[in-house]
Design a protein around this ligand. Structure first.
Ligand code: GAR
Length: 205
């Protein structure tokens, strides 16, 4: 019964491979009682939007180009999330800071994937390739990925799931990113399934 399903809003800014993992997870039944109700991108020129279009998903772009004022941007994001009857938000490679009013409105229902073992290599300025460059510069023997709840800080919310990946001799940010991305696709599905299950229970469905 589609009425019982949790509408997930997936927020993206780039390739959308984590969005794809979520769509595949729903299709395979690994994520139950959910559908992607909205794909929201901070940029217009990204592959994630092509993936959304191919899957026939509702998508919108709300970024600094179209909504330069923060208040207008926040209002538009909240409007779109409400219109899509959003029950849960997944930041899947979202390279903007989610406005505090959005975090407040969906408290406990917003999760983010970060490509390192938080608390290492995270926080302001650590995103995408910069994270992997930082791991290599530090000489770490392992890296990994983390899914955590989003609070009003940057990468500071409670950790839901974390999995490691080795750093190999001769790794570049690109090769390490590719290895970590495989881990991300596993844990984003597991964490989304877990949160959906707990929200479904909360609703008594
Ligand atoms: C992923 O590695 C994700 O963890 C990272 O951006 C990439 C997006 O890939 N996010 C951050 O760095 C956020 N701090 P995708 O668009 O293919 O899912």
């Amino acid at each position: 019964m589609s009425e019982d399903k949790i509408n997930i809003a997936v927020l993206v800014s780039g390739g959308g491979s984590n969005l794809q993992a979520i769509m595949d997870g729903i299709a395979s039944g690994a994520i139950r009682n959910a559908r992607v109700g909205l794909v929201l991108s901070s940029r217009s020129d990204v592959r994630a939007l092509e993936r959304a279009a191919k899957a026939g998903l509702d998508a919108a772009v709300v970024g600094a180009e179209s909504f330069p004022g923060e208040a207008e941007r926040t209002a538009e994001i909240l409007r779109l999330l409400a219109e899509a009857q959003t029950g849960m938000i997944v930041l899947a490679g979202y390279m903007s800071i989610l406005p505090p009013d959005v975090v407040k409105a969906y408290e406990g229902r917003v999760i983010n994937i970060h490509p390192s073992l938080i608390p290492k290599h995270c926080g302001k300025g650590y995103y995408g390739k910069r994270v992997h460059r930082s791991v290599l510069d530090a000489g770490d023997g392992e890296s990994g990925a983390t899914v955590h709840f989003v609070d009003e800080g940057v990468d500071t919310g409670e950790i839901i799931l974390q999995r490691s990946a080795p750093v190999l001799q001769g790794d570049t940010p690109e090769t390490l990113a590719a290895r970590v991305l495989e881990i991300e696709h596993e844990i984003i599905v597991e964490a989304t399934a877990r949160i959906c299950a707990s929200l479904t229970k909360e609703c008594g469905a």
